[in-house]
Design a protein around this ligand. Structure first.
Ligand code: SF4
Ligand code: FES
Length: 255
């Protein structure tokens, strides 16, 4: 009897869909057969297998993006019951029903729940979030990093460019050019690297030059509360505020 009852249980989803980037959004409801321990991605896979709405009407499979399925790649970020987060780590048993899925609104929608995170990748390029070690000959081993500093840097390096902190930030929107907390925190990470610090001044110049950088932060603190990786985003921004001020004075004094 218990088995039959489990088989008959369903989970209700209300999904915001859009056929193409400039199409009007609409919602569709689905009743998905319940399985213990299912996550939002497995429910979406069930819709893909059997694209039938709660009213029995056929529809097209819902589109979403995912890759690692372990909260490492950031591809499956969406708004689940009003909160931006990863669909792969969102367990159905822990969500209130009906479960509402929407695409993140800070990024252009490609289709249904698929968004384009290009603005984040462009921001990482803008701040040179890398270490320039390419050469035409063997450059030898780089400088060693103290273990304590390496552990500290590891925490910042966990960023998966998921976009959740940009979605949560009131200052990232289509009226502002603010690059958002994640790329700023990467400036702090690469500036702290013994080789990356060669370009520290250049990175600081970039985030000081217009409203897209450090000045765009309104200190709402939403980012640090929303980051699934627990990255200390507001601490990074505060540290960069100090670094940019020092950098500005040094430039004035010609140092
Ligand atoms: S800082 Fe956190 S929330 Fe922001 S993109 Fe990186 S992992 Fe996602
Ligand atoms: S699939 Fe990679 S974070 Fe969810």
């Amino acid at each position: 009897m218990a088995d039959t009852a489990t088989k008959q249980r369903t989970v209700k989803f209300i999904i915001t869909r859009r056929e193409k980037p400039d199409a009007a959004p609409f919602t569709e409801e689905f009743d998905i057969p319940y399985r213990p321990n299912m996550n939002v991605i497995s429910a979406l896979m069930e819709i893909q297998r059997n694209p039938v709405k709660a009213d029995g009407g056929k529809t097209s499979p819902v589109c979403w993006e995912s890759n690692c399925l372990e909260e490492v790649c950031g591809a499956c970020s969406m708004v689940i019951n009003g909160k931006p987060r990863q669909a792969c780590s969102a367990l159905v048993d822990k969500l209130e029903q009906p479960i509402r899925l929407e695409p993140m609104s800070t990024f252009p929608v490609v289709r249904d729940l698929v968004i384009n995170r290009e603005r984040m990748f462009q921001a990482l390029k803008k701040v040179k979030a890398w270490i320039p070690i390419d050469g035409t000959y063997d450059l030898g081993p780089g400088p060693r990093m103290a273990e304590e500093k390496r552990q500290w840097a590891y925490e910042l390096s966990k960023c998966m460019t998921c976009g959740v902190c940009l979605e949560a930030c009131p200052n990232v929107n289509d009226r502002s050019s603010f690059i958002g907390p994640a790329p700023l925190s990467q400036v702090r990470l690469f500036n702290a690297h013994p080789t990356g610090e060669m370009n520290a001044g250049e990175r600081l110049d970039t985030i000081m030059q217009d409203d897209s950088g450090i000045e765009g932060c309104g200190n709402s603190q939403n980012c640090v509360r929303s980051c699934p990786k627990g990255i200390p985003l507001t601490t990074s921004i505060a540290a960069l505020n100090k670094d940019t001020t020092k950098h500005m004075f040094k430039k004035w004094l010609g140092m």
